[in-house]
Design a protein. Structure first.
Length: 312
């Protein structure tokens, strides 16, 4: 009788271990396996390669006078849909979402396939947990300010800071490590996402008339000249551990004569331009960029240059 009882206990224990392993191992593997490289649509890659030589090479302004307030209140409801930009972005990217039962646009929990690290993050809203997922400005606000945005009108600056084409939810620690760095100072640790990341930066800078430093330009050229995974935009398989970063509708950012930034004065008093040596028009409209901003569904025009798109 005692032997039979011990065998039963052993069988139950083994069964429980197998169940636990079946639950833990897949989640562990998602975190440690090398993420699948993010494919960049051919049209997007070609657009970035065509736009890169036209970006003005500038001497970045010092950060001594930069203030985050230049870009307005963080995560303002710029599209008037009743939901702040942070929740708009979380709502577009996170899978298996749970929404607030009263304020439906507020994301209480969900799962993020982080493009910067390739890890999977289980997000839960709360004072001690929300920071695990942060919304990154792919072209950092301070970087934009240093390279052409410092003279923008308030409305244009606010629109840029909340433009979903320049926003990606990412691992909080990775976002903090990036800070305000450009591509020369920081690239995603997930090497399979670097080409998509660089393409996104170039399209955003081109559309908004922002410049690049000489070292940044060299990094962008190096990444674009490397082995960029090219392919048609396709939905990410659930649990694949990476995010489709560049959607089908990524298009070349048309040059807008009213959106070009004025050249940035160098520390030597002269102005530095790109290869064309053209003087950029300093006028900037007090509105969103007409070809870059992603709008909410409705009768307003669709985005023309979303440098990033969530999984579908």
């Amino acid at each position: 009788m005692a032997g039979s009882r011990r065998r039963s206990v052993t069988v139950v224990a083994v069964a429980l271990l197998l169940v636990a392993a079946g639950w833990v191992v897949p989640r562990w593997w998602v975190q440690v396996a090398s993420p699948t490289p993010t494919p960049v649509p051919t049209a997007a890659l070609e657009s970035a390669r065509a736009a890169l030589p036209g970006l003005a090479v500038v001497e970045p302004l010092p950060l001594t006078e930069y203030e985050r307030e230049f870009f307005g209140d963080p995560w303002a409801d710029v599209d008037g849909n009743g939901c702040d930009t942070r929740n708009d972005v979380l709502g577009r990217w996170l899978t298996t979402q749970v929404r607030d039962p009263i304020v439906n646009c507020v994301v209480e929990s969900g799962r993020l396939h982080d493009p910067y690290t390739g890890h999977v993050i289980d997000f839960r809203r709360g004072p001690s947990t929300s920071a695990a997922v942060q919304i990154d400005h792919v072209v950092a606000l301070a970087d934009a300010w240093r390279k052409g945005a410092s003279h923008w009108l308030p409305g244009h600056a606010l629109a840029f800071a909340n433009d979903p084409a320049n926003l990606i939810p990412v691992d909080g620690a990775a976002n903090q490590a990036k800070g305000a760095a450009d591509a020369a100072g920081w690239l995603p640790p997930n090497r399979g996402f670097r080409c998509a990341y660089v393409v996104q930066q170039i399209l955003v800078k081109d559309a908004y008339g922002l410049g690049v430093s000489a070292t940044e330009l060299a990094t962008l050229q190096e990444v674009l000249g490397g082995d960029c995974p090219v392919g048609a935009s396709s939905a990410r398989a659930a649990g694949a551990g990476h995010t489709e970063a560049v959607g089908e509708e990524v298009m070349s950012a048309a040059r807008c004569p009213h959106c070009r930034s004025a050249p940035v004065a160098s520390s030597h008093g002269h102005r530095v331009f790109g290869a064309s040596q053209e003087r950029r028009d300093a006028r900037v409209p007090d509105r969103r960029h007409s070809r870059l901003q992603r709008h909410r569904p409705g009768d307003r025009p669709r985005v023309r240059v979303p440098a990033a798109a969530p999984p579908r």
